[in-house]
Write a protein that binds this ligand. Structure first.
Ligand SMILES: *Cc1c(COP(=O)(O)O)cnc(C)c1O
Length: 441
């Protein structure tokens, strides 16, 4: 069934570390062969062995309009014909910046970069330059890209592989990063009481999407806003995943919080490599060439990425776009929850905007620790069973799923029906394990 993918993976391993250009693609925590994708179209992807899947990975978030949207394909070819990069300003950059600033409530100035990693890394540098302080608070299980300062208890790919800290990150860097549990405001207040005047910023995924999907509890984000403001530290929202995803204006609009700096990525590039960071004018004017904080990029703001970003953001402005998407997500999440209940499998099913996630866990999941108490074996069985049913979910228990505007009602019903079979497989695997246990003892 996966013969060609297997061959391609073996070949890739000869010249690429682990055969992949980003670790989670290797399916390492799953004891399953990664799929080599040949093409995508709308809500579906097609692998090298000729299998078709309904796709809920969406390139890990960017593809809110689905694969190969005709308007995006047209934009790419028209723009490419005029040249792909000049290293000089273009009007497209202003148009793109304007669309982003208009949509995301706290932004006054925004700078384009090429990835989410770059965006968060640069926002932190600005925060340090502005406050003249060094330390940063992050939250355990939140992922902010692979920059050194944030590779401390970082969830996502690192969580699945079981190396939350990475060799190559120096002790000095690690010393300036304080990692606290998500959803624990008291821990933040106590840390500020101890080191308040050394803390440059609190960085958070306002909705955590890289430890599975975990939402902030009532008052948590507002509490972070209050404690940072009181101490002169900046609040940085990493909305690389949640921006233009949980609402048009991101999580800051959804929860009505006013962060100082915001990092964006994923959706704003419409499938091309783009990131952005921005915030209050006074703070962003620290950035060169206006201010002394250096940050640059040869391909930053290149016309191809900007044109695709602009076309994407224009489509997201259509009235009712987010309401319809959220309704689809509600239908899917409640369908999955009902399927699990019918098969007698306890899960926690979460959804917000067009993001969703489930935990094989009988108890509420509010942070990384509770996420880790989920049944990872059952996730593997579930994932494999869904793949057989033609459903492609994120290949890790610590990732979120994404719905696109081109997932049809029929797609979602088919998916819910497929999950019922997958939950049945989970239940069977649990029973077999129990029987085997009894035979041994
Ligand atoms: C994906 C992600 C990043 C990193 O973005 P890249 O484009 O992969 O560098 C940073 N923060 C969050 C919240 C993300 O989900």
């Amino acid at each position: 069934m996966y013969k060609k993918s297997k061959e391609l993976f073996a070949e890739a391993g000869e010249v690429i570390p682990g055969g992949v250009n980003s670790p989670v693609r290797a399916f390492k925590s799953l004891t399953h062969q990664p799929l080599f994708i040949e093409k995508g179209e709308g809500s579906r992807v097609y692998d090298a062995d000729g299998n078709t899947y309904l796709d809920y990975v969406g390139s890990w978030g960017p593809l809110i309009l689905g694969h190969a949207h005709p308007r995006i394909v047209k934009t790419i070819s028209e723009t490419a014909a005029k040249g792909t990069s000049f290293g000089a300003p273009t009007a497209l950059e202003t148009e793109m910046a304007r669309l982003v600033v208009e949509a995301v409530p706290s932004l006054e100035l925004v700078r384009m970069v090429n990835s989410g990693t770059e965006a968060v890394m640069s926002a932190l540098r600005v925060a340090r330059g502005y406050t003249k302080r060094n330390k940063v608070i992050k939250f355990i299980g939140c992922y902010h890209g692979h920059c050194d300062s944030f590779l401390i208890r970082a969830g996502s790919g690192a969580a699945a592989l079981g190396y939350p800290d990475s060799p190559g990150v120096t002790k000095g860097t690690a010393r300036d990063t304080i990692a606290l549990p998500f959803n624990d405001l008291k821990a933040v207040q106590e840390t500020f009481a101890a080191y308040g005047n050394e803390i440059a910023a609190v960085v958070i995924e306002p909705v955590a999407g890289n430890m599975g999907l975990v939402t902030p509890q009532n008052g948590y984000l507002a509490g972070l806003r209050e404690v940072t403001r009181a101490s002169g530290a900046l609040l940085i929202f990493d909305e690389v995943m949640t921006g233009f995803r949980v609402a048009h204006g991101g999580a800051q609009e959804y929860y009505n919080i006013d962060p100082d700096l915001t990092a964006l990525g994923k959706i704003i590039g419409g499938g091309l490599p783009v990131g952005a960071y921005g915030g209050k004018r006074e703070i962003m004017e620290q950035v060169a060439p206006v201010g002394p904080v250096y940050q640059a990029g040869t391909l930053s703001g290149n016309p191809l990425a900007m044109a695709v970003g602009i076309e994407t953001l224009k489509m997201l402005k259509e009235p009712g776009f987010y309401a319809e998407l959220a309704e689809k997500c509600r239908v899917l999440v409640s369908g999955i929850a009902a399927a699990a209940e019918k098969q007698g499998v306890s899960i926690q099913a979460h959804g917000i905007g067009s993001m969703f996630g489930i935990f094989f866990n009988a108890h509420p999941v509010t942070d990384f620790e509770s996420a880790c108490r989920s049944d990872l074996e059952s996730f593997k069985v579930f994932f494999r069973a869904l793949l057989k049913e033609g459903i492609y979910m994120a290949p890790s228990a610590f990732e979120s799923g994404f719905i696109s505007a081109v997932h049809s009602k029929r797609d979602l019903e088919d998916t819910a029906a497929a999950t019922e079979k997958a939950f049945a497989a989970v239940q069977r695997a649990r029973e077999e394990k129990q029987t085997a246990g009894k035979l041994i003892s």
